[in-house]
Write a protein that binds this ligand. Sequence first.
Ligand code: MN
Length: 743
Amino acid sequence: MIPDPEQERREILRRYKELLKYAYPLVPDREERKQIKKAFQIAVDAHKEMRRKSGEPYIYHPIAVAQIVVQEMGLGATSVICALLHDVVEDTELTLEDIEKFFGPTVARIIDGLTKISGVFDNTKSIQAENFRKIVLTLSEDIRVILIKIADRLHNMRTLEHMRRDKQLKIASETLFLYAPLAHRLGLYNIKTELEDLSLKYVEPEAYQEIINKLEKSKDVRERFIRQFTQPIKKKLDEMGLVYEIKGRTKSVYSIWNKIHNKGVPFEEIYDIFAIRIILDVPQQLEKSEIWKTYSVVTDLYQPKPDRLRDWISFPRANGYESLHVTVMSPTGKWVEVQIRSKRMDEVAERGYAAHWKYKESNTETAIDEWITRIRELLENKEEEAVDFVDAFKLNLYTDEIYVFTPKGELKTLPANATALDFAYEIHSDVGDHCLGAKVNNKLVPLSYRLNSGDQIEIITSQKQTPKEDWLNFVNTSKAKAKIKAALKEEKKRIAEEGKAIFERKLRRLNFNFNPEDINTLLKYFKLPDEQEFFYRVGKGIITSQQIKNFYREEGKKSWYSYLTNRLSRKATKKKEEKENFDSLLKKFDRGSEQLLIGDSEEKIDYTLAPCCNPIPGDEVFGFVTINDGIKIHKISCPNAIQLLSNYAYRVVKAKWVGAETLSFLTGITVKGIDEVGIVNKITKLISNQMKVNMRSLSFDSNDGIFEGKITLFVQDTRHLNELMEKLKRVPGVTSVERIDQA
Ligand code: MN
């Protein structure tokens, strides 16, 4: 459809007038009003050939951004002018000099900042998060740059449906990651909430819709509840002659989603899905006393939760938020949060500091300056709400980089698939080479652990550690790969030299003579590319003495044939024996009616306990008739059970433990935990001294700072075993104890 130019012109004017409706009350100065008009005309002209993705005239966008700036942020003339012009230098013929000529240096500086910052925020594939604060500070000499940028983003989010899906995802996740936390920090609560909700709508469309539906469905009940709950409060406040407004405020979709998603709380169980807000219309000097009066009305009517009083009136939050929050018990047994604040506080809370100056006697410009200074202080203050920033980083869902922290809180940027070992190499190649393990958010993880944005990582090193071949399987940064390869190459050379010495020694022992010319024949025989590889494998023990012996034998054509025939005939005899054995066993055992009783000394049939699952009394078991090993008792949960039961059902017999013989049965457990000095000692002491259990074998393996112990031991039954396992679990440092089938 071809748009009607006349109709469009009228629509542009209508939108402009709407903007003025909000701007004029804040811009009483006639000269400034003229400047706004000029900015509008220049922008219309500059963008006249351009259209948005939706097909609409491009100028709708700057007008909308200007309206957000004035209506939702409460900024003044300069910001409106800059918002109208924010895309002209970047997208049209107009230059910065033109802007300066028309509007002077302040506007030109802000437009310059906006143009530069869009390069940083939008065009680079990866946001340099470590420089995030720096960028914000240097490019935004004037905080209005950031505010207009946020307004720009808000409008783009509101019109995101016209974008391609991949763009939607990129923009939405960037918004969650950068703009929403920024808006939060600047105290723009409403905008922050809207940015988050809109982002979620595109990033998690189904979850978003589901929450919307649930909110809609529960609306009537909620509203009835709020009416009943607030009715007595209203009555009291009226009696006291206070002027106020009471609203029920529903939690944002995004924060509901966050609770469901991150805390695992189902929608129905989120107790603070809404809050009651009491907004007092009161002169500033009476704010405090009336808020506390209201507090006492509420808590006289409803029992407060002692640990849920939040007094941001005496101690306003860093972003300017002031309010008194109290959680009380409703007559229906539900906790309800009540927020009490003045009208002024409410406006500041929703629109940020911008709302402040409205309440100041001073003139507009100095008030804004004052505000800018406070915001700059906020941004410069690193400690402040650092946690909020970390949380925001974690929401970074679709970028190809992650942002992680050192133990000292220093930020590092890594590719999205980076592991703990990549991080170690990122710190220093020496840290990487000697990396033994890592603690992520204070939890021990293997080197191959995939990092997530927001993780804090501590690397554990040991001088004994050296780079391992398999490390290459899980590092993803080119830096780590290159360093590991270089170290391995060095290591390989060293082992090859050792291997050569070993090889020569072996040959001497075998009474073979090593002829350097043999090396080519050797390489062909073992299918290897070069000498170094061969000696390396010898050094590593991959090529065994037996293989070397074989090579020389074959090469020497020593009676190989007779050896083979001998072996084959032996195998054949064994097969025959096996068959006879099996037949007699099946005959002996009349299946169907009988049940094999294990542990009963009267039982005449031989059985053994299967080594694949090592059943012990108490386990559910079955017997399996084997070909030459009698009946084997397996656990029902044996890894082989399914296969045995389905393929050889006819060989399976019912079995049951009887009697309480004081026999000991062999079983195995694995114990995992954090590798600490003396831990093995603690474990073995517990087993042998305290529990008086005999161990048959014990092996401990330590890797990446985590140990894994395999212990085979003799227990009486499952009860005995479980008791032991429970005790082991309580040993400090032990993180898991499991029974293993294969002892
Ligand atoms: Mn724009």
